[in-house]
Design a protein. Structure first.
Lengths: 690, 261
């Protein structure tokens, strides 16, 4: 804990007084503060000062080092960051300079961002697993003058490309190991920078005044950070965010989920990802909660158990991996435990969601669930380190309904959100008690969303980006003329729940002749959900109705054929079998029934379908190498079949070339039947559902 | 890059001979290890490499010859005396306490550094506890150094071989030795594990300035890691020098490839 005298710099000249540490709502900078939000604190250094003054003795950071959780209070962090900033200032970091941050979640790297922001410099976190080449691209594009690197590995990577980085002047690093023998004219330990800054501050009062002046003069509208997108589609783009925007957005969401300084997060996601920056850094500063950094990337599970985070964000695959590991371990458990587990999982399946959302549950169910909680669910959450989680989010991609339901059924308040780096961060999120596996929730507070003519989701949000760094053209592309950001995703607001549903990438979405939205991937995924259907290709853009070409799954259908004494000689014969058609027709009818419930898509039910006599294959160019259907190519290749689907004929002949395993070409000729489907009205669908 | 090499001799072995009945394992072998260097001992199977290490750390007592370690010449010595003197080693076949956790195994390496008596330790109170915390800190530094945080609490018997080797190295390091003897530290490892282990060996050498004598069969590793290489064949030293010199030595080529008759 720091002495009061050392804390004095945290307080404005006019408001300096004996400050009682701990949580108060005392005026700092002469303004009433509200711990639930950023309030009038429009930059991160100001927030840091506020936290140091109001939450001085509360933990700000924890990091497991040498097997022990080390803690720093907000007051300590403020002192360290000030010294660090002074040290960086002496090394020549100027306002407006960029400083790249490369490494995993370490307090010193978060402090680097804070110290840079104190000096009005711009931190640029970079993915630490990027190879040297990618790293060089981002560092060069960001014109990084400084780099903060975690360890020898990162330093080596940067040094290996330093000839491509003329602006680079200094590398600061966190972990000394292996770097002892390096030429230290360009690299310096963060610890030494802090020490140097501390000594300089003690010796020279004017330096302290200069640093404090930076903080006072900084504006919320300045660029606070540049987050580079991962660059899955083209070169990475630097998303510029303003301090005020970040803080306003996080203020809204901390209120929405009632986050306070008593909360704890485990900072384990990549520093460069907007998700971590939002959840750990920005929300941490805004709400004043503790940011816990794991010991290493491999110990996250153990560390999560020890820390017990109360707020948790993970992409769907994170939850999936957790469940898989759990199931594998369950396989090794004693038989009685396995039986207990599966019995109470069934109970959870039946009553869990209702219990969690507070809907009525029969007494017997309530009792059983209570017993299950005691015997299975709580121990399970304990093992996963999720016991204390109040709010958990998943986002980034669609989560499997079963996976989602599993976590909710055992009592984890898992919700979905939708957002992107450009929005920093959510534009929609599900409130407690309004949870659906297929929606991403209603508008987040203060976010304005509209669905464009094309079906594209467009938004304006408090945290909205200022533009892409040094890329006017891309910025213009991402915005509409009236100031909305294009997400590139197509979606619609579900009428029943008022939640947003994301259905497809906007460029793939088309319209039927009558104007109904046609989202091919959405339909195809619905169809492929059934085990009998392996691939689906849907047509409908500018047509009168929707048709589908299907591939049966040879394994599932062959298995069915064996059990039902259906004889067949080849894939082609099996695919054309009337009984197979009947079976698949049932699946398609199911899809139609569920589509009928969605007003926007009810008109896009599958009217006719056929089963292709051959499997779609990447060797024939029908699929991409990542197994995505190439719709346009298939339409050309099977043109006679498409014609038959739309001209009402009951069958059509097709002859097509196939590439055999050994590279030789062969030809398949077949007569393919077309099956008509019933279109289901909304009333009917409800009748069946009830 | 590495700790400054001095030419100061840490270990001097002179005219050592060792025989088991009629089998002459070592015949008049002399070599030395300098402070802070990495010294490799290579040779075909049965050349006497492990015997040499066993002689150095007091497992075997040579029939003839003198061993001088840190300026002190000794005739007969027990392994624990060698350990106390600052010689630590790992074994060709991992020799860990299988049922104990990685942490406890490495803690065991601190045994000789424990100052409080058995009674204090049993009470685990006051000064004894403070001392244990201090040892634990050292051990945690090693765990951090070898990047084995994840397996801290895992019983060693359940670990894959590569990690067991790493734990064994950790236990040897816990003694804070002046001389580290590594008997085939990379035997049975895949390429990635070998690269990791090579990195740890150079890091130990750089960071702690520990002199290392190692036996290894992987020539690429040996030539890459070591400052000087001694070659044994049938208990006789046939070459000694830098990796380049050794590679060119006709005697070595003959020993490895055989001589045309």
């Amino acid at each position: 804990m720091l002495e009061h005298a050392e804390l004095a710099w945290l307080l404005p000249k006019t408001g300096r007084r004996h400050h009682k540490q701990g949580r108060t709502n005392a005026p700092v900078f002469g303004i009433e503060t509200d711990m639930a939000g950023g309030g009038s604190f429009d930059t991160f250094p100001k927030l840091l000062l506020r936290n140091a003054a109001q939450l001085g003795t509360r933990p700000a950071f924890r990091h497991k080092d040498l097997g022990i959780w080390q803690s720093w209070t907000w007051a300590q962090v403020a002192e360290i960051v000030r010294a660090y900033a002074a040290g960086l200032h002496r090394l020549g970091l100027q306002p407006g300079d960029t400083i790249a941050v490369v490494g995993s979640n370490r307090p010193k790297l978060y402090w680097t961002m804070m110290a840079a922001q104190v000096l009005c410099a711009i931190p640029v976190p970079v993915y630490s697993d990027a190879v040297a080449d990618e790293l060089a691209f981002v560092l060069a594009h960001a014109e990084a003058k400084f780099v903060a690197a975690q360890d020898q590995e990162q330093v080596d990577k940067i040094l290996s490309v330093s000839d491509r980085l003329p602006q680079l002047s200094k590398i600061v690093y966190d972990e000394r190991r292996g770097l002892e023998g390096y030429d230290h004219s360009r690299i310096i330990a963060i610890g030494d920078v802090i020490e140097d800054g501390r000594a300089a501050l003690a010796a020279d009062a004017a330096l302290g005044a200069r640093i404090d002046e930076f903080v006072r003069a900084a504006k919320g509208s300045d660029i606070a950070i540049i987050l580079y997108t991962s660059g899955t589609t083209g070169a990475p783009k630097g998303v510029m965010l303003s301090a005020r925007g970040c803080i306003d957005a996080a203020t809204d969401t901390t209120r929405f989920d009632r986050l306070t300084d008593r909360d704890v997060v485990l900072a384990y996601l990549p520093l460069a990802w907007a998700g971590d920056h939002y959840v750990s850094y920005v929300q941490g500063l805004v709400a004043g909660f503790c940011i816990a950094c794991p010991e290493s990337g491999d110990t996250i599970e153990q560390d999560r158990r020890e820390i017990g985070p109360t707020f948790y964000l993970a992409p769907p695959r994170g939850f999936e991996a957790m469940l898989t590991r759990l199931m594998v371990r369950m396989e090794d458990a004693a038989p009685i435990k396995r039986r207990l587990f599966s019995y109470f999982l069934d109970v959870a399946w039946r009553y869990g969601e209702q219990v969690l959302t507070g809907r009525p549950v029969p007494l017997s169910g309530r009792l059983l669930y209570g017993l299950g909680r005691w015997l299975v669910y709580e121990p399970l959450k304990n093992v996963l380190g999720l016991s204390l989680v109040r709010v958990a989010y998943t986002g980034g991609e669609a989560i499997g309904p079963e996976l989602f339901a599993f976590y909710r059924s055992i009592g984890l308040n898992l919700k979905q959100l939708y957002g992107q780096t450009e929005a920093f961060l959510y534009v929609t999120c599900q409130p407690d008690g309004e949870i659906y596996s297929d929606t991403v929730g209603p508008r987040a507070p203060n976010v304005d969303i509209r669905i464009a003519e094309s079906g594209e989701v467009q938004f304006r949000s408090p945290g909205m980006f200022l533009g892409y760094f040094k890329d006017q053209a891309k910025t213009a592309e991402a915005m509409t003329s009236d100031g909305y950001v294009r997400t590139g995703d197509a979606g619609f607001f579900d009428e029943k729940t008022g939640h947003l549903k994301i259905i497809d990438r906007a460029k793939d979405v088309g319209r039927l002749a009558d104007g109904t939205m046609f989202a091919p991937k959405y339909l195809e995924n619905r169809l492929k959900f059934y085990p009998n259907i392996k691939e689906a290709v849907t047509f409908g853009d500018s047509r009168d109705f929707v048709c589908a070409m299907l591939n049966i799954d040879p394994v599932a259908v062959a298995n069915w054929a064996e059990r039902n004494n259906v004889a067949y000689g080849s894939y082609q014969e099996l695919a054309g079998h009337p009984l197979v058609y009947d079976m698949v027709a049932k699946d398609v009818a199911e899809v139609n029934r569920s589509l009928a419930k969605e007003t926007v898509l009810a008109g896009a039910q599958v009217r006719r379908f056929l089963i292709l006599p051959k499997e779609l294959d990447a060797d024939d160019g029908e699929l991409t190498r990542t197994q995505k259907v190439r719709r346009r190519f298939i339409a050309e290749r099977y043109a006679p079949l498409v014609t038959a689907l739309y001209n009402g004929s009951q069958e059509a002949d097709i002859s097509t070339e196939v590439t055999l395993e050994d590279g030789r070409k062969g030809t398949i000729a077949a007569r393919v039947k077309v099956r008509d489907m019933q279109v289901i009205g909304p009333a009917e669908s409800l009748g069946i559902a009830a | 890059m590495r700790a400054p090499d001095t030419n100061e001799i840490l270990l001097q072995v002179e005219g050592v001979a060792l025989a088991f009945g009629g089998v002459k394992a070592l015949r008049d072998v002399s070599f030395n290890v300098r402070k802070g260097e990495i010294r490799a001992i290579i040779g075909p199977n049965g050349a006497g490499k492990t015997s040499m290490l066993n002689v150095v750390n007091g497992f075997y007592h040579p029939n003839r010859g003198v061993i001088t370690f840190k300026g002190r010449t000794r005739a007969k010595m027990q392994p624990f005396e060698a350990a106390r003197g600052g010689i630590a080693r790992t074994f060709q076949n991992v020799a860990l306490f299988k049922g104990m956790s990685a942490l406890d195994n490495i803690m065991a390496g601190r045994t000789l550094k424990v100052r409080r008596g058995l009674l204090w330790q049993m009470l685990r109170y006051g000064p004894a506890l403070a001392e244990e915390a201090e040892h634990r800190r050292k051990v945690e530094e090693i765990i951090d150094f070898l990047e084995i945080e994840t397996i801290r609490k895992v019983p060693v018997g359940r670990l894959p071989y590569g990690l067991q080797k790493r734990v064994e190295l950790g236990r040897a390091l816990a003694m804070e030795p002046d001389l580290l003897l590594l008997d085939e530290p990379m035997a049975g490892m895949n390429l990635e594990e070998k690269e990791d282990m090579s990195r740890f060996i150079t890091d130990v050498n750089n960071h702690y300035g520990t002199a290392i004598a190692l036996i290894e069969h992987d020539m690429a590793v040996v030539m890459d890691l070591s400052d000087r290489v001694a070659v044994l064949d049938h208990g006789v030293k046939i070459a000694d020098g830098t990796p380049d010199e050794v590679k060119k030595s006709q005697a070595v080529i003959d020993a490895y490839l055989g001589v045309a008759h």
